[in-house]
Write a new protein. Sequence first.
Length: 344
Amino acid sequence: MYKLLIKPIFFLFEPERIHHIVFKAIKFLCSIPGVAGLLKSIYVVNDKRLERKLFGLTFPNPVGLAAGFDKDAKLFDELGYYGFGFIEIGTLTPKAQPGNEQPRMFRLPEDEALINRMGFNNGGVDAAVERLKKRKTKIIIGGNIGKNKVTANEDAVSDYEKCFEALFDHVDYFVVNVSSPNTPNLRALQDKEPLTKLLLRMKELNAQKKNPKPILLKIAPDLTNEQLDDIIGIVASTKIDGVVATNTTISREHLRTPKERLDACGAGGLSGKPVAQRATEVVKYLSERSGRSFPIIAVGGIHTAEDAIEKLDAGASLVQVYTGFIYEGPGIVKRINKGLLKSM
């Protein structure tokens, strides 16, 4: 029904506009008595075999929602009714910022992909915290944190510190995002020296807490093998808890979308099926070269159960969807979990 009827209607609207319309519709529907229970009965797969224990957390299933969908922590409870094992909010920054000029998100239907150059648009971490304080469910929530656009890279650590401190009591794990291609010079923070400094500071703050939270690093798919070796070394030296692989790519190779339409879209990160192979390669490389020494959350081009199984076989412990959720619809999590059970 989603692909035949609902998606064609959604795709008539500009992507960012329909995103906000759908958010409001879901919020309203879930406020009606009985709707939450109905959604859970349709979409949630309860089976102990799907559970994953990582970072001291018990994930009811390994399929999460990637950061970027619920940037401002406005719909985490309601999205949990669609069967997700965990929700990652953000990317959040210390101060509110509008992000890049619109239009800044584009569909590539021929490739089942998206291009976005959102630029960490969000209402600021403090506003998100106020919503997180009203959390109604026990859904596991990750906090994806970044720096403001106006903050120079040499001062970036301070932005991550502020987000970490503000969110600490309200999320279950953290993801340090230095890999978005849409904030100028952000990816330079993936270099060995600044990244090590940043992660050591996060670990230092974490160690001061009574109950430290897991800290993960989100990396780009465009890193070379030598840079991935650096990431493995940094994870080992800083003793962070894991890696999220991968963010969107700046590559435009092997796309079916005509070049003139790609040129009209302009710069931005590409997500969806075209990034699937590279994301799997990164997961496999990190897993094998590190001797599976740290958990990996795989994201990139997961649209089916087979895609998720491919990532898990490559060495991932959990998976996340975003573009697949948009193209495949709300039943994607159930279909993936059912597929995982069949493969066991």
